[in-house]
Design a protein around this ligand. Structure first.
Ligand code: DQA
Length: 144
């Protein structure tokens, strides 16, 4: 395994300026650089979209290429059955998929307490800011 797809859903392209008291001050590009530095020899393919269809397409790509996925579905976490069904295909293909969140959704508004993704993810890492992503990379890298 040389590549990990790090997929990010809506509004995560605004990291850095978006509610820094909740999400921290790192931009998505900062997160990408930190992940690359923490995982020599692994290519971090970091992507972000506000478009549900594009995100689902990237999961299909992961299935076809057998690429492990770190997924921060952002608000889609809480209601996108289409994303869940695509993520389930990743898992059923035997490809690891880790759900990550910068914040701890369970310590926030009630609507964030439901994840339609967690039930098919290999695991969930939430509440540790950029560390959530880094820990997910570490787990995937150790599996191989
Ligand atoms: C988030 C948590 C979600 O509830 C929210 O909609 C996001 C970001 C996180 O990383 O903490 O956009 O996924």
């Amino acid at each position: 395994m040389t590549t990990i797809l790090v997929l990010n859903g809506p509004n995560l392209g605004r990291l850095g300026s978006r509610e820094p008291e909740v999400y921290g001050s790192a931009t998505l590009a900062d997160i990408g650089r930190e992940l690359e530095a923490s995982a020599p020899g692994i290519t971090i393919d970091l992507r972000q979209t506000d478009d549900e269809a594009e995100l689902i397409g990237w999961l299909h790509e992961a299935i076809d290429s057998g690429t492990p996925v770190i997924l921060n579905p952002a608000a889609f976490t809480h209601y996108s059955y289409g994303l869940r069904d695509a993520a389930a295909q990743v898992t059923h293909a035997g490809i690891p998929l880790v759900e990550v969140h910068l914040s701890n959704p369970y310590a926030r508004e009630t609507f964030r307490h439901t994840s339609v993704i967690s039930g098919i993810a290999a695991g969930v890492i939430a509440g540790f800011g950029v560390e959530s992503y880094r820990l997910a990379v570490e787990w995937i890298a150790r599996r191989d």
